[in-house]
Every structure is written in structure tokens, then in C-alpha cells.
Ligand binder design. Structure first.
Ligand code: SF4
Length: 347
């Protein structure tokens, strides 16, 4: 087909059939897709959908297996201490999601597993996307999902450069296959993840190509227009490593710097405060003696870039085994500084 030829008006039954046929042959074999279509294990689907938000599937698979091994059932998750849940979540970021999973597991164990969109939406940390995914994949409810993949595929299919959330939801609802709602949702998501990718859509092998406005325009990546991103705020902080990479003084963070997680004692730098001044404030709080600068590590979150200066220090505070604590990636990077520094002495 000529890449610039005009698409036909969309015959929705034909589009559904083309997409589902493609999905039946080429859909991804993901571990939470075990079981009959429309009757997946809701616990597995729920954990996977929460875990894969903001995480690439390849990396998410490793985290998923680790989490399911630690908590193979919703009962096991509900009964686990929150620190064990945070430890199993380590590396996934966005720790509020792990806390909400744990809280919601308690609600489910007390009141039963919801089987409807509305029931899932009422749980802590479950938004419209996750509620639609679980209710359609595990219970066959007719609910269209609306995430970044769906938005991109539908914006391209209809040639819409500025798709709003209600616009995407309305189009997704209209296209959803009432006989196979879960499979249709999975198919659109898979198409977006594997064929209609952000930078290099493979229109030549796409089951929607015959009806796609963006393909016909010759510039499929122009749809949708890029979102204007909020500026990333730079945040400075200091931390002290009292001990070593195996056993160190740790404390539970509060506030803006990865609040809720265990980590090296740290202080955010006030505006116009030097690292030395923040270090003095931190050491006074800990009754610690500051040592040398071990190095600087940084970590980017959605709207913040944290730059952490890590110093050695001495203190009588009790140390904790590092491997038992749920630490952020920022803290792991900070702990690695000591080993790297030790290694450099022998280079
Ligand atoms: S034809 Fe191309 S742009 Fe259109 S949906 Fe398929 S992969 Fe995306």
C-alpha cells in the first residue's frame, strides 16, 4: 500500500477483527496473562498494572517475579509488615504505590476481592486505568483502558494531534469489543508497546494501517503532539555514611527527600546554604563528627533532580544491616561510593 494513500472511513467491526487476530498471533506472553481470557488472576493483574506504571516491561518483569515470590497471594501481602513490602518493592521507585498496594490488600482481605470497575476504583491507589484493566482482564467487564499506549495509537489512528483524556476515553469506549473486552484492551496496549511505538512505528506490519490517518499523512510520529513537560526542580542535599556499605546508621526519611523509606541520615540544603553548612547541621543533629567527602550521587524523579553529597562520619549511633532495609536507588548509589573509593585506592 502507498504510505501516503488516504485511509478509508473506519469500519469498526473490521478493525476489531484485525486487531484481535493480530493479538491472538502476536500478543505478548506476559506472566499475569496466564489463565482464561477475561478470567485472569485479579491479584496478579493488579500487581502487574501498578508495578508497570512508569516502568519498562523488561525491568518490570524482574520486579514482578520478585514481588510475587515474596507475596504470592493477596493474603500474604496483607499480612506482611510494610517494611517487607517496601523491601520487595526496592528499585521500582514511587514507593507510595507499594504502600497503597499493602493498604488495599488489607481492605480486600477484610471485605473480599472486588469484581467490578467501581469496586476496584474504591481501593487505595487504584485509578481509572488500573480499575479498567483489572475489571476487564480478570472479570470480563466492558471497560476500555486509557493509558499512554492507548492514547498514542488512537491519536494516530484518528489523526488527532492534541488528544484530551475525554477524547481518548470516548474513542476507546467506542472501539472496545464487547465480546472480548479484556483481550481488546491488551491488544491496543500491546500494539502501542510493540508496533505503534513513540519514535519508530512499524506501519508496514500494523493491523490498523488501512484505516490510520497518521500513516496516511506520511508523518505518523507527528501524532500526538509532544506534551509540554513541567520543569524539573533541582534539589541539593547532604548525607553521611556512618559505618560501611554492609552496616550503617540508617533513619526513616520524612518529607520531600524520599519520605517514608529508610536511608542514610540526610538533610535537604536550604536555599543559599552551602553543603558544608548543611553537613554541620546534619552532624549536630546526629552528634556525629564529619569526615571526608566520599562523592556525589544524583537521582531524577518525575519533577525533581536530587543531588546528594555523601560524607563519611563517625558517631556512636547504632548501625543497621543494610541488606535488611528497603533503600532507594539513591541510597544504593551512595553506599556504592565507599566501595568505589576503596577500589580506587588500589588502582
Ligand atoms: S499504521 Fe502506523 S501510526 Fe497507524 S496505528 Fe499502525 S503503527 Fe501506528
Amino acid at each position: 500500500m502507498n504510505a501516503a494513500s488516504a485511509p478509508q472511513a473506519i469500519p469498526i467491526p473490521a478493525l476489531r477483527e484485525a486487531l484481535l487476530t493480530w493479538f491472538d498471533h502476536s500478543g505478548r506472553a506476559l506472566p499475569w496473562r496466564a489463565g482464561a481470557e477475561g478470567a485472569r488472576d485479579p491479584y496478579r493483574v493488579w500487581v502487574a498494572e501498578i508495578l508497570l506504571q512508569q516502568t519498562q516491561v523488561a525491568r518490570g518483569l524482574v520486579y514482578y517475579e520478585r514481588f510475587l515470590t515474596a507475596f504470592p497471594s493477596v493474603q500474604a501481602l496483607a499480612e506482611a509488615p510494610i517494611d517487607a513490602v517496601l523491601k520487595a518493592w526496592e528499585g521500582c521507585g514511587y514507593y507510595a504505590r507499594a504502600r497503597n498496594l499493602h493498604r488495599a490488600a488489607g481492605v480486600i482481605v477484610a471485605g473480599g476481592m472486588p469484581s467490578t470497575y467501581a469496586g476496584w476504583l474504591a481501593l487505595p491507589g487504584v485509578g481509572p486505568y488500573t480499575a479498567a484493566a483489572v475489571s476487564s482482564l480478570a472479570f470480563g467487564e466492558q471497560r476500555a483502558v486509557n493509558d499512554g499506549n492507548v492514547r498514542r495509537v488512537l491519536a494516530r489512528l484518528y489523526g488527532e494531534r492534541l488528544p484530551t483524556e475525554p477524547w481518548v476515553q470516548a474513542r476507546a469506549d467506542a472501539l472496545l469489543d464487547s465480546g472480548r473486552p479484556g483481550a481488546f484492551n491488551e491488544a491496543v496496549m500491546d500494539l502501542g508497546a510493540t508496533i505503534c511505538t513513540p519514535k519508530a512505528p512499524r506501519c508496514a506490519v500494523c493491523p490498523l494501517a488501512a484505516w490510520c490517518e497518521a500513516r496516511a499523512s506520511g508523518q505518523p510520529t507527528a501524532f500526538p503532539a509532544p506534551k509540554v513537560r513541567a520543569a524539573v526542580r533541582e534539589v541539593g542535599a547532604v548525607a553521611v555514611l556512618i559505618g560501611n556499605e554492609h552496616s550503617a546508621v540508617l533513619e526513616r526519611r520524612e518529607g520531600a527527600l524520599l519520605g517514608g523509606l529508610m536511608g542514610l541520615p540526610s538533610e535537604l540544603r536550604e536555599p543559599d546554604e552551602t553543603a558544608a553548612q548543611a553537613l554541620a547541621r546534619l552532624c549536630a543533629r546526629l552528634d556525629a563528627v564529619p569526615g571526608t567527602l566520599l562523592g556525589t550521587v544524583s537521582h531524577t524523579m518525575t519533577h525533581r533532580q536530587i543531588t546528594l553529597d555523601v560524607y563519611a562520619a563517625q558517631s556512636a549511633h547504632p548501625k543497621t544491616p543494610v541488606q535488611d532495609a528497603a533503600l532507594s536507588r539513591l541510597d544504593h548509589k551512595a553506599l556504592e561510593l565507599l566501595a568505589a573509593r576503596r577500589g580506587s585506592l588500589f588502582d
